[in-house]
Design a protein around this ligand. Structure first.
Ligand SMILES: [Cu+2]
Length: 308
């Protein structure tokens, strides 16, 4: 007779330890030195304040409810002979008043704070900075980010270099499925969608390096769809633009066709020149299909065969 061996049993210590460790790691990873609780610009700072205020307003309800629940459970335990259930079934006005007014006030207060916050933090609203805004066009691909600097005539993949203190005006779209552009330390996650443009203004206060990624699942290479935001001084930014212009490939039709192919974990690269209207062409192409706009691309062979 064949004997089956059971897999070794995991000790219960490791099982109970696992969740606190996982939760703590998630907390540290999301809120620690590079998350939304460590803002590096005015938008992210305002969002953190909104987050803290909303949490505080909710805790005003949550903490008393937890305390009262525990107190009731303790006082009305079966062994407590002193606890008398004296409530009759008639209408108790004072209890009703408390039970309804506190949630109503919370909803009004929370709603008010969020209402005001969402107008103040309108992603389209321009930000005041020390200098004129810098325009950056963002395109999400499978699975990488293209950043076009239309005024500088350069482009970069998975690397966004910006001058500190300068407002950045993003126009965002996707050459493929929906993605979400998010740099937690600068604030305001925003969606990128094919054939649509979204707008976002951000500003980094200080030079530094911040993590950016797609916050919307978009398939196979999604988890490696990350980029680095390098906030540098204005002088360093000009130097970087000059350096990019002097080296690397141009983003022409052939390079675009290569770029449009799905690829994972693409290292940061730059293009010395780019068509200033590339963003518009990608937008039109996503709506109309590649042949209608004349951009080389192999992303839709099925559509082409079908005459689409
Ligand atoms: Cu949409």
């Amino acid at each position: 007779m064949r004997r089956t061996t059971n897999p070794p049993r995991r000790s219960c210590h490791s099982r109970w330890l696992r969740w606190p460790v996982v939760c703590a790691s998630v907390l540290v990873a999301s809120c620690g030195r590079e998350g939304v609780l460590d803002p590096q610009g005015p938008i992210a700072s305002a969002e953190r304040l909104l987050l803290i205020n909303s949490t505080a307003i909710m805790l005003v309800v949550v903490i008393p409810v937890i305390l009262v629940t525990l107190a009731f459970a303790w006082w009305y335990r079966s062994s407590n002979t002193r606890a008398k259930q004296s409530m009759d079934e008639s209408y108790e006005g004072r209890v009703e008043f408390v039970v309804w007014s506190i949630p109503a006030l919370t909803v009004i207060l929370l709603g008010g704070v969020i209402w005001i916050g969402s107008y103040q933090l309108d992603p389209r609203a321009p930000i005041q900075g020390k200098s004129d805004p810098l325009r950056v066009d963002v395109v999400a691909f499978d699975w990488k980010w293209l950043f076009i600097y239309p005024d500088q005539g350069i482009a970069a993949i998975n690397q966004l270099v910006i001058p500190a203190g300068t407002p950045i005006e993003f126009r965002l779209t996707s050459a493929t499925v929906m993605n979400s552009f998010f740099v937690p330390q600068l604030g305001s996650q925003i969606y990128t969608m094919g054939g649509m443009t979204t707008h976002l203004s951000l500003l980094a206060d200080q030079p530094g390096e911040y993590r950016g990624f797609s916050a919307n699942f978009s398939g196979d290479g999604f988890s490696q769809m990350r980029f680095i935001v390098k906030s540098v001084t204005t002088g360093d930014f000009s130097a970087w633009v000059e350096q990019v212009r002097g080296a690397g490939p141009a983003l022409d039709d052939a390079a675009y066709a290569e770029l449009a192919k799905p690829s994972k974990a693409v290292p940061p690269t730059t293009y010395r020149s780019v068509d200033a209207k590339l963003f518009e062409r990608i937008l039109e192409r996503t709506v109309a299909g590649p042949e209608k706009v004349g951009i080389a691309g192999d992303c839709c062979p099925a559509a082409r065969q079908a005459g689409g």
